[in-house]
Design a protein around this ligand. Structure first.
Ligand SMILES: [Zn+2]
Length: 181
């Protein structure tokens, strides 16, 4: 968990009653120089976790901080998300890939048994349906659409081996026999 043991008490004896996290927090004054990239990244992970059902308490336990610190971090990440949204045009929501539970092959069945709930950030990797398909950020723009693949040239189609009918095969085999004779 990255939380070191509680340091020795002020009077030299180990003080097990003191929460190690509290001691460290007291000893290291919080830098008031704003939001470091490292903290921002951490708080975005908390936001993601909390949106995916992890409670503040669980995150706090894992990170060795207090639940109120997690709550604060999640709120800060959320507000940052909102401000970066207003800066751009249409924010592109982040989707979470949903793989089949089990082997992922071209013949794999979808990992979901029911349609993906509208508004969900899950995107099925098999049928490519997501819960945000109607989102304006995902609307197609003819200007940026890729050009359609050109049809294969006729000459290439001609070069493909034609499927032989049974009649043709019989004829060919007859001809081969005749050649051997
Ligand atoms: Zn699917």
């Amino acid at each position: 968990m990255g939380v070191p043991r509680a340091p020795q008490g002020v009077h030299g004896e180990a003080d097990d009653s003191v929460d190690p996290v509290r001691v460290i927090r007291k000893r290291r004054p919080r830098r008031s120089r704003g939001w470091s990239l490292e903290t921002a990244a951490r708080e975005f992970v908390w936001l993601w976790d909390s949106r995916h059902g992890t409670s503040f308490q669980e995150i706090a336990n894992r990170e060795g901080v207090t639940p109120s610190r997690v709550k604060f971090g999640v709120a800060r990440a959320k507000s940052h998300e909102r401000s970066s949204r207003s800066a751009g045009q249409t924010p592109v929501p982040r989707l979470s890939p949903l793989f089949p539970v089990g082997p992922y092959t071209p013949a794999s069945p979808c990992g979901h048994h029911r349609p993906i709930r509208a508004g969900s950030s899950l995107c099925c990797m098999v049928c490519h349906v997501s819960g945000l398909d109607g989102h304006p950020a995902f609307a197609r723009d003819p200007k940026t659409d890729p050009t359609p693949e050109p049809a294969p040239p006729e000459s290439l189609l001609d070069a493909l081996p034609a499927k032989e009918t049974r009649k043709q095969k019989r004829k060919r085999l007859q001809a081969d026999k005749g050649g051997v004779k």
